[in-house]
Design a binder for this molecule. Structure first.
Ligand code: TRP
Length: 445
């Protein structure tokens, strides 16, 4: 146990957890999901989900991990004495691998666009339109796999470097830069003539969309994905947290940082989309088809575009690193193998597992799971089922199975109002909200 690494500072730990939370989810996914679900009213629901469902789970994960001083599987083994609870840890490990397999593919698209924007190649293809540019690219066989492999190699490199020298260092550098970039892009978007419509879309609610049950499913799914709860990422990062870091303040910093990032990303994206009279409900293609068009048409857009796709790639990298650390931490302990070997091996497995997703718009496009292609099916399955299910397990475990006094002291919330409130959220509101949403999303299948 004494050989386990720890974060070198509280600031480094918080930046690493915010790095885990802030990713494609805040920019690519948030913008299209908010666009599809009516903007401001969705934003309100999403924030409510972050506060009442996401934040209590973040606290529970951090507390479980720090208590166990071990990986996802160890955390449940330790207090679960061989009971079924230990499968919760395994679901986290396999879930993290499943997410990475397709997440790295999308991150690869972002990297391709960044390289294209920086070299100028992206701006010369405008004639054919970005719709066909994007579709031709993802229908390729070799190219999406190559970019997927490049992103994975970067994540493997960081994680192999260790908790302090790899993960912490990269997040310390990247996260402040990313925060400055997104603020600069938002200010730039606000300066465009006609940006007001986008601001109104994001901040002035049309409550009528709340009548649609899908909006609630989308808001909770987005809160889970964007925070990154449910896959033992915070549990694993929490296990490297020394005793003297204040746990509740760290959890609040993660939730607030993540939500702010999504909102500012919305301010960067929607005003620009509206200023050019483009439809915000484009779906998953918003970042890759609509936005390049926006950049191409606006003054200074080539630079803004390159900076935007750098942001998207780098934010994806820090999230990939957090997901990769979950199986790596488990393998290092269980198989007693060296960190760099474990990281390389798991990276190689994810590379192979991601290939069907990378090809799912090309040679494998004919394969459908339900109504979805392979990548979309894994994304829907993970966000709408796997994440909520592991989140319920964590909530029930900390709420009911773990001794109440231990839960309250490990979370540092104590016996006061705050602690009792958190404990009841985990016991009742969180599981009920998640079950309601699961039933709802099962019924729309
Ligand atoms: N939160 C990240 C994003 O917004 C993705 C992510 C990282 C994640 N770790 C996770 C998603 C754990 C689900 C579970 O892009």
């Amino acid at each position: 146990m004494s050989s386990r690494e720890q974060w070198s500072s509280r600031q480094g730990f918080i930046l690493a957890t915010i790095g885990a939370a802030v990713g494609l989810g805040n920019i690519w996914r948030f913008s299209y999901v908010a666009g599809e679900n009516g903007g401001a009213a969705f934003l309100f629901l999403y924030l409510l989900c972050v506060l009442l469902v996401g934040l209590p789970i973040v606290i529970a994960e951090l507390a479980l991990g720090r208590r166990a001083q071990g990986d996802a599987v160890a955390a449940f083994e330790e207090a679960g004495d061989g009971s079924v609870w230990r499968y919760a840890g395994w679901i986290g490990v396999f879930g993290a691998i499943a997410i990475l397999s397709y997440y790295a593919v999308i991150a690869g698209w972002a990297l391709k666009y960044f390289v294209g924007a920086a070299t100028g190649a992206l701006w010369t293809t405008a004639a054919e339109g970005y719709g066909s540019y994007f579709k031709t690219f993802i229908a390729n066989t070799g190219e999406p796999i190559a970019w997927h492999a490049a992103m994975l190699a970067a994540a493997v490199y960081v994680v192999a470097g260790g908790v302090r020298k790899g993960i912490e260092v990269v997040n310390r550098w990247l996260m402040p830069i990313l925060a400055m970039i997104i603020i600069a892009l938002a200010l730039f978007a606000l300066s465009l003539p006609g940006s007001g419509a986008g601001v109104r879309f994001l901040f002035s609610p049309d409550w009528s969309v709340l009548a649609k049950p899908e909006v609630y499913v989308a808001a909770l799914g987005q809160a889970f994905f964007s925070l990154g709860v449910g896959m033992a990422v915070f549990l694993t990062y929490g296990s490297y947290m020394p005793r003297n870091f204040r746990l509740p303040t760290s959890a609040v910093a993660i939730a607030v940082g993540d939500a702010l990032f999504a909102i500012v990303a919305g301010v960067a994206i929607f005003p620009a989309v509206f200023a050019l009279g483009i439809d915000p409900t484009a779906g998953p293609e918003l970042a890759f088809i609509t936005l390049p068009q926006v950049f191409l048409q606006m003054p200074g857009g080539a630079l803004a575009g390159a900076v935007f796709f750098f942001l998207l790639s780098a934010a994806a990298l820090t999230s990939m690193v957090s997901l990769l650390e979950v199986p790596v931490a488990m393998a290092v302990r269980r198989l007693k193998c060296q960190r760099w070997k474990a990281t390389g091996l798991i990276g190689a497995i994810i590379l192979v597992l991601g290939i069907p997703s990378a090809l799912s718009f090309g040679v494998l496009a004919h394969i459908k799971i339900g109504r979805h292609g392979i990548l979309d099916a894994i994304d829907a399955g993970v966000s709408n089922f796997l994440l909520p299910i592991t989140a319920i397990l964590i909530a029930l475990y900390v709420g009911w199975r773990l001794d109440k006094a231990i839960a309250l002291s490990e979370s540092e919330l104590g016996e006061g109002k705050l602690g009792v409130c958190w404990h009841w959220l985990l016991r009742a509101l969180v599981p009920m909200a998640i079950v309601a949403i699961l039933l709802q999303s099962a019924s729309v299948l």
